[in-house]
Each structure stands twice: as C-alpha cells, then as structure tokens.
Design a protein around this ligand. Sequence first.
Ligand SMILES: *Cc1c(COP(=O)(O)O)cnc(C)c1O
Length: 385
Amino acid sequence: MDTSYIINELAEDREHYFNAIAPPIIQTSNFRFESVAALRKAFEDEMGGYVYSRGLNPTVDILRKKLAALDGAEDCLVFNNGAAAIYAAVLANVKSGDHIISVNKPYSWAQKTFDLILTRFGITTTYIDGTDISQFEAARQPNTTFIYLESPNSWNFAIQPIREVAQLAKAHGITTLIDNSYCTPLYQRPIEMGIDLSMQTATKYIGGHSDTLGGVLSGSHQRMKKIFDLDYLAIGSGIQPFNAWLLIRGLRTLPARLERITHTTGEVLRFLKKHPRIDNILFPLDESFPQYSLAKEQMQGACGLLTITLKEGTAESITRFCESLKHFSMAVSWGGHESLVIPKCAGIPPDQFDPANTEHQYIRIYTGLEDPQYLINDLAQALEK
Ligand SMILES: *Cc1c(COP(=O)(O)O)cnc(C)c1O
C-alpha cells in the first residue's frame, strides 16, 4: 500500500462527517445500542465494534488502521504511550516460570518491567549484546518464551540481526518483539522480516511536535485480539481520542519531517566528524559505525539521533558543552521539531562517574527541524567553550 494513501486517505470515511478533511474527535466514553441482542453481540466481541472508549473509539480507529498499514501488519493497538505498549505486549505473552531473552540496555522502562516487576512472578531475563545470532542460541533455555529486541538501541545504536532472530524464534515457538522507535516503519520494517510484534513510541517522530504521547503495537490480528481482549482492557492504557487526533495530524507530515531531519542530521554529522574536539561519533548509517553493513541491510534510513564523545571526556567539559548550547534544549525524548541534547552523565551520581568509561561520556544529540547552519553554529560555539 502506498505510504501517501495510508497517511492521507486510508480509514477516513469523510462522507460520514460532512466531508471534513480533518477527522472529528469523537470525545465520548460510551456508545448506545438499539436492542439487547445488539448489546449482547457487542459484549461477545468488543473488538468488533464500539462499546466503551477504554476499548475502541472511532477517532482512535482511524489512527489504528493507518499505523497498522504503515507497519505492514494485519492489525495494531494504540496505547497512551510507548511504555504501556511494551508492558501490555510483554505481560500478555509470558507466564510464571518463563524465561525472556532481551538485548542489553533496552528502553529503561522495559528493563524495569523485566528486572523489578516480572521477577515478582518468577519470570527471569537473560541480557545479551545481541549483535550475533549465536548469542541468542546460547541464551535460549527450554522455558524461553519471549525475545525482546531494540534495533537500533536509542543510545549506542547497537543492532540485532532481525531476520535471523525471527527465524530462530519461530523454530522454537518463541514470541518476538522489537522496539522500532528509532527507525519508525518508514525506515525499518520488522513485521516483513518475520518479527511477531513491532512496537514504536508515537510520542517521538509520529507526534513530531512534542505535545502528546502515544504508543503503537502491531502484529497479526490474532495476536492483537488476544492482547485487546484482556491486557489492553485491563490495564486501561489505550490512547484518548484527542491525543489520537494529534497523532493523525502528526502522521500527515511524517515523511516530510523525516526527510528534512535526515538531511540536517547528515550536515551536522559532517561538521562534527571534522571537529578537533570530538573524539567519537556513533551513527548507524555512517561508514565508521561498527555494524554499518548490517545497518544498511536492515534499515532504509536513520534520522535524528547521534551520540558523540568529546576528546576531553570529563564530567566538567561535558557539562560545559551541554550548558553552552543555546538552541539545543537539554531534555529527554526526541522526534519533535526542536533539537535536543542529553548527556548520559546526568543519570549517573557524580561520585560514580568514571571518565575511563566511554558510555559515561555519551552525549546524545537530536536534530530537529531547524535550519542546519543554525544548529551547526550553535554546536561550534559550544565546542569552543
Ligand atoms: C521514548 C521511548 C519509549 C517509550 O515511549 P513513551 O511514549 O515515552 O512511553 C520506548 N522506546 C524507546 C526507544 C524510546 O525512545
């Protein structure tokens, strides 16, 4: 299906709402029925219609159908944020005594779910660096039921061989999930590579304006229905109609924004690579990236995130650099219109900062929609400090 069709037309029955181009926000909690029989039928399959907006809602459904199609998936569920999508997907697919294989350093709330919540139910997790399929094979146990990927990782951009992992998992009846937030389905298509569940936060590139949160989980209709019928309704973390409407609006410009961000990031990368104060740069589609060939094979693009280390990697110089930037805001998240910077050391207590540990020196930069030269000038003056 054409991306342009998905974004601009799919699931929009405009004749049902006065031929308005922008869809209505159906801000209702419940839906009325004409007969007991109709109500009974709705109860029997809540995913088949509109009953109560903790389940499905017409505005959310427009977004849901578009996002499923973008992922090349049969179906999808839209959550109030990305963390909720991860939580529901994992909880719905494991039981007491199971074993999970996860890549090292997944998104922080995924890791907390594994380490602090699932351990309460006797579910264990083995972390692997995941760059080679043999590590998955070695970590597999008879009770392994779930494999958790994040490719690329959003700090060091580590990549897993997605097709091989999907094949291995299928051979052993293991469910696979990938956090595809870095690429979005425009730049990487995990469902087509055999992954069961593709998750992405919609807060980042899909929203695109830093004004709403959302989370997407895609897969087969059967898998989505299983999650909807129990975990989705029980956790109650589905997206609200107004936020869904904002995400539909964000989707309209997603390809144009990604194109622009990709271009600007390229310019910023070229500038940083030549700068004498920069020690190392991590960017998956740069030839210097350790997994460049796998990145090129799996990803159609990489956009706004890159991680740098300074030659003078002390906490003081990292702090001085970040605080000297005038147009990059220091903030979590990414994917919005505004450029951002975040130093890893902000999450490390000062007495535990180890200047010999490269990871402690990471500074992540997100390039937004500003003019490339405007951003480069800002980086240049901050690096002089
Ligand atoms: C932000 C993020 C999430 C969580 O998404 P929220 O919408 O903030 O809950 C998950 N994975 C990655 C890689 C992220 O960057």
